[in-house]
Each structure stands twice: as C-alpha cells, then as structure tokens.
Write a protein that binds this ligand. Structure first.
Ligand code: ZN
Length: 177
C-alpha cells in the first residue's frame, strides 16, 4: 500500500474515535485524534530509508507502535502543560504526566491508531517477500491477507477517498454539536 492508502486508512480508523472524543471531551479532541493518527500513519515505513533496519521488521510491530506512541503522547502532554501553565519545562516532566493522565492516554491512543491502521494496511497488501509479524519476537507468525496489491489504484485512492470523507463528516458533525 502506498502513501494515499495508508493516510486514508489512518483517517478511517480515527474517524469514529474522533467523533466520540469530540463529543465527550470537546471539539479539539476530535481534530487532534485525526491529526495524531495521520501523523503516525506512515512512520513504520521509515525503515525503508534507514539501511540498518529490515523492511517490515521491528517498526512494523505493536511494540514499536506502543513505545513511539507513548513517547509522542508524553511530548504532547508536556506541550499542553507548558501552554496551559504558560511556563517552560523545568524538570517536572514526570509530575506533569501524572497530573494529566487523560491527555496522555488520549494522545497516545490517537498515535496508536495511526500505527495500527498502518499494520492493517500492510496486512491487506500482498506480501511478496515481506510479511508483517506484529508480535515479533514473542510470536513469529506472519500476518497477510493479500487482498490488495501495493500499487492498486483502487485500494490506494479508494481508501484515501473513504478516509477523507469520514474525517470531513466527523469534523462537520462535531462543529454542529
Ligand atoms: Zn509498512
């Protein structure tokens, strides 16, 4: 799956949660959930640019997704704290995280959605010589459905269209509510 397909799938995955969080916690959480998922949608494929990593290796596991999502969620939480308290970091990073668990959880979850959508996208894609082992090294079981070819226009553009329409609809509904 290419860029368009992964971005579309990330928006599609995030849309129902963006709607829920937007209604429950305020419109900004609707927007942020979409943005966070969009941000991480293509991160696993950075292994194609770094020669030390094998393609569809560690960056395509749920552990990598979890580590990076928690790290990025922590940064967002600290940023929110800095903005809210109008101050700059003074070494109280951990106490801020503990003080704002809801932001940490929501942001981490948003980033996770992008990663999970990526793994699902690759599972849908015909594997050639690369398969996804999302639970490596605990399990080496490869996952592949092979429903789409990586360069399928129908899948790539279709997913982008579905994702964009879902995201747009959610933003519209949140704005109305
Ligand atoms: Zn990938």
């Amino acid at each position: 799956m290419y860029k368009n397909g992964h971005i579309g799938l990330a928006l599609l995955f995030a849309a129902p949660f963006a709607f829920l969080f937007g209604i429950l916690f305020g419109p900004h959480w609707g927007v942020l959930t979409l943005v966070f998922s969009f941000t991480t949608a293509r991160v696993p494929d950075m292994d194609q640019r770094l020669k030390i990593l094998t393609h569809r290796g560690f960056t395509h596991t749920i552990w990598f997704a979890l580590i990076v999502s928690v790290a990025m969620g922590s940064l967002v939480t600290q940023l929110v704290s800095i903005l809210e308290f109008n101050t700059i970091g003074n070494g109280e990073f951990l106490s801020w995280l503990v003080a704002d668990i809801p932001t940490l959880l929501l942001a981490t979850f948003g980033f996770m959605l992008g990663f999970i959508s990526h793994l699902v996208g690759d599972i849908l894609t015909e594997a050639y010589d690369y398969t996804i082992n999302p639970y490596w090294p605990i399990s080496n079981k490869p996952y592949t459905l092979g429903w789409a070819t990586a360069d399928s226009r129908l899948w790539n553009w279709g997913l982008l269209l579905c994702g964009s329409v879902s995201a747009g609809t959610v933003l519209f509904l949140i704005a109305l509510s």
